[in-house]
Design a protein around this ligand. Sequence first.
Ligand code: SF4
Length: 426
Amino acid sequence: MSRSENSVAAAEPPHQGCASAQTLTPAAPPAPLTGLALEPRPCATRPAASFRRRFYPGVTAAQWNDWRWQVRNRVTNLTGLARFLRLSPSEERAFSAHSGKLPMGITPYYLSLMDPENPEDPLRRTMVPTWYEAVVSPGESNDPLGEEHDMAAPGLVHRYPDRVLFLATGFCSAYCRYCTRSRMVGGNGHGMARSKSDMERAIAYIEATPSVRDVLISGGDPLTMADDRLEWLLDRLRRIPHVEMLRIGTKTPAVLPQRITKDLVRRLKKYHPLFMSLHFTHPAELTPETAKACARLADAGIPLGSQTVLLAGVNDSVPVMRKLMQGLLQMRVRPYYLYQCDPIAGSGHFRTPVSRGLEMIQGLRGHTTGYAVPTFVIDAPGGGGKVALYPEAVIGRQGGDLLLKNYAGETYSYPDQGGEWGPAAC
Ligand code: SF4
């Protein structure tokens, strides 16, 4: 994504309010996604097409479905936002208290999924700044994972023995308020686009490091890069003999599904094995548009996994998490990681106790398809890497038997011949 494209000013129409929006004639219903019925959210469930007709009356469906139009028309300031949402005092204050670290940016498409009247709307909470971001709690920092310490080359984090993280861009089409890399996205730190010379230095490091067999391309959001630039990077990496696999980390199918064009997918499928980690937060993101984007990627043979950050008041309930994970499976996205929210500066209002994450896993494991259960991890502050956490299943021993607690909380014993592991029960 070029800077010039990013800087095109949005032409935002006046805010009409939720009530009037509801009086619209609904758009033709999209193909239903069975089992994805959301909790009642009367304003947020209106189709994107109705939102477009109401707020962008001069914009055609073709323009709306053009990802470049969506990026050019991102809502990036208080005035623009107030035209669509009835802002709370905390949201309004955020703009005056804002330290300028993480900018706001929301695609019109993603905005159409939010409840204009309710500041507690889950998607709205993840994208609209609040005053709470200015509150820095003990233990929080701008680089909690210590990524800068592990930079092997510009934008290249080499932490684990056989894989590297390639930060290809600092741009995202929408900025999550809990972003671990808020220090470097949206024009902070290294700026938006990684220069070609920086990329060459990162590629040269990988070429010279035979232990690297896996490259995760992230950012920012690499799918906001122009097709040619992204393909250039994939091609360069694919030519390195010891790089066995490539991965892309992205939130694009959730916030900008229009970006998953046939042409993009045609290019991506040339670089197999190519995996994708898709960032999803809430079942309200699982729209027909997103389903279509995921279907295109899956049909191209790209294994899809999900990454979800556990967020207080957004997705930290078992029913919401279950609906999200089951809905992702319907889209052929395998739940991969559930992250404890990193202690970035100003994240206290998003972070839950770690025990809540274990409750999520306990509420999923055994209660639904095993494929729907992600691994709950804490990315250890200071660069310790991911540490997986599991609810206690081994509760003791009885003679030679291991005592196990099943998903329903019942105790069973297993004849553990020669086993010494596990605490003694009695
Ligand atoms: S999409 Fe990813 S990199 Fe971009 S703001 Fe959200 S969490 Fe950060």
